[in-house]
Design a protein around this ligand. Structure first.
Ligand SMILES: NC(=O)c1ccc[n+]([C@@H]2O[C@H](COP(=O)([O-])OP(=O)(O)OC[C@H]3O[C@@H](n4cnc5c(N)ncnc54)[C@H](OP(=O)(O)O)[C@@H]3O)[C@@H](O)[C@H]2O)c1
Length: 334
């Protein structure tokens, strides 16, 4: 294959004021980097957008004009690194661009026998294995539990809830809007409650008649204040994320709720564990891939077409407009 002389890439054009907008990014064309000794050139096939990318966009974060970071699935198109050969399909963090040159560090080969290669960015990649961490080793989910999952329609939450179902628990999702809740229920959740509805707390209570034993929290903020009221004695809370506060525009109004939260932690003898990272244990991938293969875990994808759609896909994912499941961008033909 002829190597490209130019590379298209998406850079940060402006720091988002509150919510992220597609106009905060710019698509540009630059000279392609040369391939050095021990390096590989990859052609991006698929690009992932994930909430962690929001964290580096504020003051003191990544420089204006710099390349957007992001997970990709790519094809090796040139190699002077003996660990990779032309044609290999690899997963790594090569960013929002259609070609990249790297020394191959942090790249892993994708095993196409486990599923479509996009699953390396979703159910069998960072989001799915993060769901596994929070549900299995941290949350210690069991069949007798009533589990609540916030942002249940997201890449992590949709898998976390289905892991709960795979072990036999009652699982209730929380998501924004009736349409998304219906999509979450179609994944096999026992119920899904709309946090935007006026009667959210009452609906959650009705969906969890025996209280909540395990809360997989992706959101924090106002949603979690409601769930905390419904936790059982000695309930467990796996704290995965805080997207409800990530752009700081959704801070709960009114008095400081922290003292009340601490009182709940003490009086209910809660076990709250924060965690970071995908479960790298070999048996985690086996267990997850087994559930996918047996049809116990569905993994819907929302596909955006073309690198120039990455900013819109990112803004839609953060704002809840991209629908249920993992958001991926098709950058190049497979
Ligand atoms: N600990 C770790 O190692 C780790 C790893 C990966 C991800 N995470 C975290 O896990 C969480 C889920 O990640 P994900 O990739 O699956 O993304 P995600 O849940 O799909 O995140 C986007 C969704 O968040 C919801 N949301 C946005 N603002 C909200 C608000 N104010 N209140 C309630 N919901 C809101 C929206 O869904 P609705 O349509 O339902 O509103 C939106 O679609 C994120 O907090 C992320 O930072 C942590």
């Amino acid at each position: 294959m002829t190597l490209p002389s130019k590379v298209r890439q998406v850079v940060l054009a402006a720091r988002p004021a509150g919510k992220v907008a597609a106009s905060d990014f710019r698509l540009e064309t630059v000279d392609a980097p040369a391939l050095g000794e021990g390096e590989i050139m990859t052609r991006t096939l698929w690009l992932s957008v994930d909430p962690y990318m929001r964290l580096s966009l504020g003051e003191g974060g990544q420089a204006l004009g710099s390349l957007m970071n992001g997970g990709t699935v790519s094809e090796v198109v040139a190699s002077s690194n003996p660990a990779f050969k032309v044609g290999d399909i690899v997963e790594g963090r090569t960013g929002w661009r259609d070609y990249a040159v790297s020394n191959g560090q942090g790249m892993t080969r994708v095993d196409p026998s486990l599923g479509p290669i996009t699953t390396a960015l979703g159910v069998l990649g960072m989001p799915g294995l993060t769901a596994h961490t929070g549900m299995v080793p941290v949350g210690k989910v069991k069949a007798e539990d009533t589990v609540v999952v916030s942002s249940a329609g997201g890449a992590v939450g949709s898998i976390a809830g289905q892991i709960g179902k795979a072990v036999g628990a009652r699982v209730v999702g929380i998501a924004g809007g009736a349409k998304k809740c219906a999509e979450v229920e179609a994944l096999g959740f026992d119920a899904c409650v709309d946090y935007q509805a006026a009667d959210f707390a009452a609906k959650l209570k009705a969906a969890c008649p025996n209280g909540v034993d395990l809360y997989f929290d992706n959101v924090g903020a106002a949603v979690s204040q409601v769930v905390f009221q419904q936790l059982n004695l000695e309930a467990r809370v796996s704290v995965c994320g805080f997207i409800g506060w990530s752009d700081l525009s959704d801070a709960a109004p009114g008095p400081n709720q922290l003292p009340a939260l601490y009182k709940t932690i003490v009086m209910k003898r809660l076990r709250i564990t924060g965690f970071t990272g995908a479960n790298k244990a070999a048996d985690a991938m086996q267990q997850l891939a087994g559930w996918v293969k047996d049809g116990k875990i569905a993994h819907p994808e929302r596909v955006y077409e073309g690198l120039d759609q990455a900013p819109q896909a990112f803004a839609d994912m953060l704002g809840g407009r991209a629908g249920t499941g993992k958001v991926v961008i098709r950058v190049g033909p497979a």
